[in-house]
Design a protein around this ligand. Structure first.
Ligand SMILES: CC(C)(COP(=O)(O)OP(=O)(O)OC[C@H]1O[C@@H](n2cnc3c(N)ncnc32)[C@H](O)[C@@H]1OP(=O)(O)O)[C@@H](O)C(=O)NCCC(=O)NCCS
Length: 175
């Protein structure tokens, strides 16, 4: 199965509904804000009829690394239907998404508890302290330090994985 690539604004209502069903089935604690974060970029999808079996998306985010602003690709809402996990569908949607990244972003980031899945795909753990910029003030987010991962791309030269990193705030989880 080859994943389809669809821009958020080209997703029809049936596919959006299928995505929300997928996320509700794959995650224990998926919030509306988590779903909202998945839109605004590109999606890699595998579908069967009206159901979405696997999904990963990337959205643009501005992140401060040290003192420098980076326009990274932020990967969101990666999920595979429970009955179809461990059949390489997650790998397939991530690989399709990752193929698009070098032409669009200097680096990609994501937050996860499933580090092993992403390490196989070339991702590395962020080592520096994480923050959110809230009301113009940089606030530490120590609870997110372990979750952050980065994928180095051809534009990543000079990227220091031990540097402090800060995202802009948003509704729901900042990272
Ligand atoms: C994590 C997830 C996307 C992986 O998708 P998948 O299609 O099941 O994974 P794949 O079959 O492509 O994985 C290939 C290999 O990656 C490794 N792998 C998969 N999930 C892993 C995990 N959570 N931790 C470590 N390694 C993992 C395994 O070696 C796996 O091979 P195996 O199934 O033979 O053991 C899927 O399990 C899922 O939707 N989980 C619930 C939602 C979630 O946690 N999403 C990610 C949060 S950011």
């Amino acid at each position: 199965m080859t994943p389809e690539i669809v821009a958020s604004d080209a997703l029809d209502a049936a596919t959006r509904a299928g995505l929300w069903r997928l996320w509700a089935s794959a995650f224990d604690d998926f919030e509306d804000t988590d779903g909202a974060h998945a839109f605004g970029g590109l999606h890699a999808l595998l579908r069967e009829g009206t159901e979405v079996l696997a999904h990963a998306s990337v959205v643009p985010r501005r992140v401060l690394i040290g003192r420098e602003a980076w326009a990274v690709g932020y990967v969101e809402a990666v999920a595979v239907a429970p009955a179809r996990q461990h059949q390489r569908l997650g790998t397939a949607v991530m690989a399709a998404l990752q193929d698009l990244l070098p032409d669009r972003y200097p680096a990609a980031m994501l937050a996860t508890g499933e580090h092993g899945f992403y390490e196989r795909l070339g991702w590395e753990r962020w080592r520096g302290p994480s923050h959110v910029v809230r009301g113009g003030v940089r606030v530490r987010t120590p609870e997110d330090d372990d979750a952050l991962m980065v994928l180095r791309l051809p534009g990543s030269r000079g990227l220091d994985l031990g540097a402090p990193v800060a995202c802009e705030d948003r509704p729901g989880d900042a990272w």
